[in-house]
Design a protein around this ligand. Structure first.
Ligand code: UDP
Length: 458
């Protein structure tokens, strides 16, 4: 049925922070809502919308708001501080206008589902009398660290070598998010962006996290006592999990164009479990020395590898690397990551531990080599190794560089070492639990039903 003709139960406006790792989970949440009869509109910034490759068959309505930098987006702002303060000022007004326009169009908005990075959106929802729903694209564990910092319960800079927080394993200081541990290394705007997620959280009507009960049981128990917190993940396209949403096999909005046929053709004739897939996501910028160590480390494994090196990063590859490794490796600028991870040729994923990448690996049962770069990734890597036990960490030296021998060793360990069997068994277990969570009657599915029921009553 055409979407305009459907009798919708309610209408949710969904506002992600402008970045691939935020759009993907929030777009998928929209699809879940639509599958349960709720109209979902995804609002992206005007600038980002110009560069998006959008799946034309998508059932999600798209709208735009202004972040104040409609021509160049983040890169146009003179500093991260200016970007975020302008986004708040211009975005609040633009968002309010969008909600008013949608209300006038005959599909009044019942709830604003806003990215935790944009807490000012909650004020807009309150002013306009719609439910304000915080959506976090990070793990609950990471949220709990930022929450404690924001409330002054965990002083920054950290004063102790280990951090003990309710519901979390003991964390070494370096296992907390980098903007907490290495606060002086980054612009203050990054610290405030992350910590300020919790300034007004007590006023949110709902707090949603893209994770699931069994992944984070203890911390969830603790946090759910404070807010109406519900898990709704993993937000991996349905065809990889419960298969209940027809044709949902891709996220559908790409900020980079994937080299799909190059990747899939190359994987096609590789033996089962033989390939190392390597990706550092949409933002990480590796230093030249790190890039070289990783490159020669991959070559040293003597295994097949498929490495995503974004166009802007490719000049950092050693000059002769691609030619020297053409028998074994393929370097692409962007991959169809889900298709790649679900291909039987892939034996492990060397990842920066962006939370989406971790959730995708968990959902598809792919063992991990964790090589965190910044932000929440060190905490995610700790969980990958010690809590979910589905991979190992490639540890840096005192200069912060993961050396080639370490890359080689970790890949071997995960694919054929003493821990390989346990890691593979756990990966299979998480794949099963991910599907269960989102499938009919699973914890996340029931939470989404409960949320939908509230929207309908609002
Ligand atoms: N991704 C992709 N192709 C690539 C690399 C990444 O489609 O070559 C997708 C990946 O599936 C994930 C998102 O981009 O959904 C990256 O999000 P993540 O949280 O892992 O990292 P971020 O980019 O936010 O650092």
């Amino acid at each position: 049925m055409e979407r305009e003709q459907r009798a919708w139960l309610a209408h949710a406006l969904v506002l992600p922070y402008p970045g691939q790792g935020h759009i993907n989970p929030m777009l998928q949440f929209c699809k879940r809502l639509v599958s349960k009869g709720v109209k979902a509109t995804l609002a992206n910034t005007k600038h980002l919308t110009k560069s998006m490759n959008i799946d034309p068959t998508s059932m999600i309505d798209l709208e735009t708001i202004s972040d104040g930098f409609d021509e160049g987006g983040y890169a146009q702002a003179e500093s991260p501080e200016v970007y975020h303060s302008t986004f708040k000022a211009v975005g609040s007004e633009s968002l309010a206008n969008l909600i008013k326009n949608l209300n006038d169009s005959g599909h009044p908005v019942n709830a604003l589902v806003y990215d935790g990075f944009l807490p000012w959106a909650l004020d807009v929802s309150k002013q306009l009398g719609v439910l304000g729903v915080a959506f976090f694209t990070q793990s609950c564990a990471v949220s709990n660290v930022y929450y404690h910092v924001q409330r002054g319960l965990l002083p920054v800079p950290l004063s102790e070598p280990v951090v003990q927080l309710p519901g979390l394993p003991l964390l070494e200081a370096s296992e907390t998010p980098s903007f907490i541990y290495n606060v002086s290394l980054y612009p203050a705007a990054f610290y405030y962006l992350l910590v300020n997620q919790f300034t007004n959280i007590d006023e949110a009507d709902w707090v949603l996290h893209n994770t699931f009960q069994k992944m984070e049981e203890e911390v969830l128990d603790w946090m759910a006592k404070r807010w109406k917190l519900r898990t709704i993940g993993p937000t991996v396209p349905s065809m990889y999990l419960d298969k209940r949403i027809e044709d949902d096999k891709d996220y559908g909005i790409n900020l980079f164009k994937p080299d799909s046929s190059a990747c899939m053709n190359w994987l096609h004739d590789k033996p089962s479990g033989s390939v190392v897939y390597v990706s550092f996501g949409s933002l990480a910028e590796l230093g030249v020395e790190q890039m070289e160590e990783l490159a020669w480390g991959l070559k040293g494994t003597k295994r097949y590898f498929l490495w995503v090196v974004r166009a802007a990063e490719q000049s950092k590859l050693p000059g002769n690397f691609i030619e020297e490794t053409s028998e074994k490796g393929l370097v692409v600028a962007w991959s169809p990551q889900l298709e790649v991870l679900s291909h039987e040729a892939v034996g492990c994923f060397l990842t920066h531990c962006g939370f989406n990448s971790v959730l995708e690996a968990l959902s598809l049962g792919v063992p991990l080599v964790a090589m965190p770069h910044w932000s929440d990734q060190p905490t995610n890597a700790k969980y990958v190794e010690d809590v979910w036990k589905m991979g190992i960490r490639a540890r840096p030296d005192e200069k912060g560089i993961v050396r080639r021998e370490v890359v080689d060793l970790c890949v071997r360990e995960v694919m054929e070492g003493a821990k390989a069997k346990e890691i593979k068994d756990n990966a299979r277990k998480w794949k099963k639990l991910s599907k269960e969570a989102i499938d009919e009657g699973g914890t996340s599915d029931r939470n989404i039903d409960e949320f939908v029921a509230t929207l309908v009553k609002s």
